[in-house]
Design a protein around this ligand. Structure first.
Ligand code: 5AD
Length: 352
């Protein structure tokens, strides 16, 4: 199996059966070897810098009913909220003071936030913080809408493909959602010129090593600037309440593989990783990740944006949270930097 890791490092490509083999036959020793290689590559391109993104979860209303997600529309047990434009701008202001140069607007697919309202918000943020990158993560939209947001100034878009395999996708989503449409959105985003982030859940119900191999092949084809992965974690109000969560171990392994396949990719150590293990995010960094996305949402709203159970929604202010993160990263030899943190993957990501 070590040979496959060496091959991946050299050629940045494996066949589907090789991916499956590697994932199925991984061992702790193999993982250590993988993480060493992943760190070497990551240090060559990004040094020991950690990029931070200020995450603003601005609405938990959602028209979709993804079976795994706590904010699915049929969950009547949660308290719905949406932040006003003024509140969002306040979040950006305090984030800017703290050194954030990327803001991520993430939300459910909320009809209140029409294209017009989004365009207004994007323009406001970009005119108040021209040196910042703005990332959207608001789900599936028409190509036309994506284009309007891009023209208004949005730089990046995050849309996880969740799982590439169509049959697996349909077991995790209601019939009106499809893997094909999800993937089509990603190709549209790339075509328009966004820096694109995709990703998948690790250990979602019925996922096989072959499914993960398919995810790797899809990502290789898409060549995204960023890949966000995290363990599936059950939410008590969903039909997956009784399912087992994805593991830290497999998530870290997949992070290492992603770093080898796409050396310059931006790889976040995600909130879900930090949720299943107290040092999940640090371990993610040591497996090859180089991005962390702390929460800038108002404290009171954070627990309402519960995609899964026990999501870390600490009661601390953004400032305390950032300070703690800086210390955690310093403790493992990494430095949080004040920068937009663009991907090195191609020249078309440079500030407009
Ligand atoms: N466990 C882990 N991740 C989840 N997401 C949604 N629900 C869950 C869950 N139960 C992830 C999805 C989505 C992202 C915003 O959060 O991958 O794209």
């Amino acid at each position: 199996m070590k040979k496959l890791i060496d091959k991946l490092k050299k050629e940045r490509h494996l066949e589907q059966s090789e991916w499956t083999d590697l994932i199925e036959h991984r061992t702790p020793e193999l993982a250590d070897y993988l993480f060493e290689q992943a760190r070497e590559i990551r240090h060559a391109h990004y040094g020991h810098d950690i990029y931070i993104r200020g995450l603003i979860e601005f609405t938990n209303y959602c028209r979709n009913d993804c079976f795994y997600c706590g904010i699915q529309r049929s969950n009547t047990h949660i308290c719905r909220y949406r932040l006003s434009e003024d509140t969002i701008l306040d979040c950006c202001r305090s984030g800017y003071e703290l050194g954030f140069r990327t803001f991520v607007l993430q939300g459910g697919e909320d009809a209140y936030y029409t294209d017009e309202r989004m365009v207004h918000l994007i323009r406001e943020i970009k005119s108040l913080f021209p040196d910042c990158a703005l990332t959207l993560s608001i789900g599936e939209k028409s190509e036309d809408s994506y284009r309007k947001f891009y023209e208004a100034g949005a730089d990046r878009y995050l849309l996880r493909h969740e799982t590439f395999n169509h049959e697996h996708y349909s077991r995790l989503h209601p019939a009106e959602l499809s893997a094909a449409e999800r993937q089509n959105c990603l190709w549209n985003l790339k075509k328009i010129g966004y820096q694109v982030g995709t990703g998948f859940m690790v250990g979602s119900p019925w996922q096989t090593a072959t499914n993960l191999a398919e995810d790797m092949l899809f990502i290789e084809k898409l060549q995204p600037h960023m890949v966000g992965i995290g363990p599936f974690i059950p939410h008590h109000d969903t039909i997956f309440a009784g399912e087992t969560a994805g593991t830290l171990e497999l998530t870290l392994f997949m992070l290492g593989l992603l770093r080898l396949m796409l050396p310059k990719v931006l790889l976040p150590a995600t909130t879900a990783l930090g949720t299943i293990h107290p040092h999940g995010r640090e371990l993610g960094i040591l497996a090859g990740a180089n991005v962390v996305m702390p929460n800038l949402s108002p404290r009171d709203n954070r627990k309402q944006y519960a995609l899964y159970d026990n999501k870390i929604a600490t009661g601390e202010e953004a400032a305390e949270g950032k300070e703690k993160l800086v210390q955690q990263m310093e403790a493992i030899g990494y430095h949080v930097v004040t920068a937009r943190g663009d991907s090195l993957m191609s020249a078309d990501h440079l500030p407009k």
